[in-house]
Design a binder for this molecule. Structure first.
Ligand code: 5GP
Length: 113
């Protein structure tokens, strides 16, 4: 059995986090280094390492991450927000357990840096 990812340890409460949501499929918690006034990570319990590794059987699970992100944004009163999932170090991925970034509370440039 391979070692747990950082985000599995957070999901299993072996490491602390500022949790905002949890259910059978995913958890959501505040990013430790927020890049915006609101910066929440929505993370499946299943440790899919990167978006490239999402299998067809994971489609409902990944869709659920978007549903949860939308619900959190509504709870937090955020009509405008950005959802980001990085794939690979060159794109900014640093934790190899997929996660949807929910960013809000400031203006965002486009194209992103
Ligand atoms: P990535 O760079 O992989 O797209 O995003 C990883 C995110 O995880 C980063 O925004 C980083 O700040 C956040 N992060 C890394 N370690 C921890 C941690 O231990 N706790 C929390 N809450 N966030 C973390």
């Amino acid at each position: 059995m391979s070692e747990k990812t950082l985000f599995q340890k957070i999901a299993d409460k072996e490491l602390p986090s500022d949790l905002v949501h949890e259910d059978e499929q995913c958890i959501a918690f505040r990013d430790i280094h927020p890049a915006a006034p609101t910066h929440i990570l929505v993370v499946p319990r299943k440790p899919i390492p990167r978006p490239d590794a999402i299998d067809p059987e994971d489609e409902a699970l990944v869709g659920h991450l978007f549903t949860v992100a939308r619900q959190i944004a509504a709870q937090e009163g955020l009509p405008d927000y950005r959802l980001v999932m990085n794939n690979g170090e060159g794109a900014g991925q640093s934790v190899f357990h997929i996660h949807l970034h929910l960013l809000a509370g400031r203006a965002f440039a486009w194209p992103p840096g």
